[in-house]
Design a protein around this ligand. Sequence first.
Ligand SMILES: [Zn+2]
Length: 279
Amino acid sequence: MDNQGLKIIDHWISGEEKEVSRMACDKNTKPFGNGMPDSIIIHYTAGKSGKSSAEYLCRKNVQASAHIVLDRSGHIYQLVPFDTIAWHAGKSSYKGRSGFNNFSIGIEIDNAGVLEKVGDKYKAWFGSLYSESEVVQATHRNEASPRYWHTYTEEQISKIFELCEALMDRYPTITSILGHEEISKGRKQDPGPAFPLDRLRQRFFDSREDTSANNDKSEGYVEVSSLNIREMPSIHAGLAASPLPEGTKVRILQEHSGWYKVEAVTEGWVSAQYVALKS
Ligand SMILES: [Zn+2]
């Protein structure tokens, strides 16, 4: 992908003033723990504009915040540095873990969310009206029938791909991208079906998990006498199980910056240099 030069310096996105604004949102001060963040959570703001949402989330008396708010032109507002926990996930759980603020970078995208048809217009919960060209009728992954949703702009979609790429380059602990709708199922609908969440994930994560187990390249064996298996692809991450002895057969589920996510007795991450691929 063509990265147009989003850089992260000292846990802040750096860029020209017209592309990036840094907002002082100093209510968040708690740093992430070791091996964190490991996820990116995608949200929509359900607000009127990116700027107004960013300003709202920065208020001292508001018990919510996010690392990034992305407006409809693709302009980035950064509110919280990436080494600090923000308050975007709320009550959340996924695959046995809860409290995703502690694990994740929160990206809020300026989008009105669910819309209601009123005459030939579509109305947001806060009263703004949108024309048909900004609306898609689609069924949410957690629902059974279609509703009307505000579309995301091309500038937003391309900026999100760019942002995720910059974040994952800078923070190799990040191994998943999830929607708020997936970690707060039933309570939240964002980013909703107008957002290409699955395409975003496909772009960054090798989908070996979904490919046939007969694929030769997806198996290997441990080449050293003892290999640590970790919860995250980082030497600082905790051990997922006892070290794997030499010769242990592993199925490779995913690859990330010199690490393989493997399935052996348990699932975890091992340094790829010690695994010989079956040929
Ligand atoms: Zn959300």
